[in-house]
Design a protein around this ligand. Structure first.
Ligand SMILES: Cc1ncc(COP(=O)(O)O)c(C=O)c1O
Length: 394
């Protein structure tokens, strides 16, 4: 079967909601993906922030294999050791008290919205920030502010509004005693790797003191050590009421969660929320391997240190290639390079150099290397990026 057949078959069978990368991946190996022609690509997309331990990590394989040999699914009618062990690890890592396990980011957001509505009723207002991304199902899409995702799907959920990103005046004018909750990505991912300012967060939390609404950290992309701390909100010295995670927590298998503080543990009573697959035992086993590996190998500290190095080196490029790069943003291994031109061509040029990256917010090269990436891999990236930029100047 040749490459053309594969893409032809995709065209014949799928709804065309994705723009697929024109290579056929045969296998993964650490920070590399290998195509059927044996080209090795440095994977700085890591499955959109999922593959924290890279591809085919032996600890994940071992955990998954052991679990699948016992049982792969028995439903939430049963509680299992693998689920409770995973829950304990995730809660300890997050310093939260109770959780619900779902399958994905968007589902975890949906559960969170239900908890908020159950606590406050549907008259009180929920806010997200402009330029945000919280998922694509109807509840999460109602929070997702980016027009390109919402257009054509209205009407969305009522009583959900947006506060202008980083705009303290807008925040003050919209928040009042009728506010139930504010969702935010402390470091926006799909929106172009945009960190919210310390001033905005500080005002948000002082308003929270006054009006008693909930703050929800969407850490689906930025969590689990990606920004060089366990969670992006920790760069701000605040503690949200609810933390939502997915992507990396399942070691490549579908898993999501929303975690709450103790005072919210009884809002969703028996029968008020549920899922067939959520907290799948195999995904939980993989998740345990992820957290064990991260803890035992001090991965978060390594990401912080290497992330600083990477950021500084990229900033040198910004000064060297002012005609092409406008900004470098982000923290740890979640970095955005805002380009002055906005073309898919740059992604192709990286691919020609055997590096996989993608664009978000039209002109931002988003880098999400696996958390096990070493300095030598960052240097390969820097070296190739330098070549691409030099070529552009010609
Ligand atoms: C911040 C954030 N929230 C929510 C989601 C939705 O997660 P999922 O694609 O698992 O539904 C994403 C996915 O990219 C995300 O980055």
């Amino acid at each position: 079967m040749n490459n053309k057949d594969l893409f032809e078959r995709e065209k014949n069978s799928f709804l065309h909601t994705y723009k697929r990368t024109p290579i056929e991946i045969k296998k993964g190996e650490g920070v590399y993906l290998i195509d059927k022609n044996n080209n090795r690509y440095l994977d700085f997309m890591s499955g959109l922030g999922v593959n924290a331990l890279g591809h085919n990590h032996p600890k994940v394989i071992e955990a998954v294999t052991n679990q699948i040999n016992k049982f792969s699914h028995i439903s939430n009618y049963f509680i299992t050791d693998v689920q409770t062990s995973f829950a304990k690890k995730l809660l300890e890592f997050s310093d939260m008290d109770k959780l619900f396990l779902a399958n994905s980011g968007t589902e975890a957001i949906e559960g969170t919205i239900k908890l908020i509505r159950m606590k406050f009723g549907s008259d009180k207002k929920i806010f997200s920030l402009t330029n945000s991304f919280h998922g694509r199902t109807y509840g999460s899409l109602s929070l997702t502010a980016r027009e390109k995702h919402r257009k054509g799907f209205e009407p969305l959920l009522p009583n959900i509004g947006q506060i202008n990103f980083d705009d303290i005046n807008d925040l003050e004018s919209k928040i009042d005693e009728n506010t139930a909750a504010v969702f935010l990505e402390f470091l926006q991912g799909e929106g172009g790797v945009q960190p919210v300012s310390k001033e905005f967060v500080s005002r948000l939390f002082s308003l929270k003191e006054k009006f008693n609404f909930l703050v929800i950290a969407d850490e689906i992309q930025s969590g689990v050590g990606r920004t060089g701390k366990n969670f992006a909100f920790q760069h701000y010295n605040v503690k949200p009421d609810i933390v939502v995670v997915a992507k990396a927590i399942g070691g490549g298998l579908p898993l999501g969660s929303f975690m709450v503080k103790d005072n919210l543990k009884d809002v969703l009573e028996f029968g008020k929320h549920g899922t067939t697959f959520g907290g799948n035992p195999v995904a939980c086993a993989a998740g345990i391997a992820v957290f064990d590996f991260i803890n035992e190998n001090k991965i978060v500290q390594k990401v912080e240190k290497l992330g600083d190095y990477f950021f500084d080196e990229l900033n040198k490029f910004r000064l060297k290639y002012t005609e092409f790069i406008s900004k470098i943003r982000g923290k740890g291994f979640m970095i955005g390079i805002e380009m002055k031109m906005c073309e898919d061509k740059i992604v192709e040029q990286f691919r020609d150099k055997k590096i996989l990256v993608n664009l978000t917010a039209e002109n931002v090269i988003r880098l999400l290397p696996p958390l096990i990436t070493e300095q030598k891999h960052l240097d390969i990236f820097l070296n190739q990026f330098d070549k691409i930029l030099t070529n552009l100047t010609k």
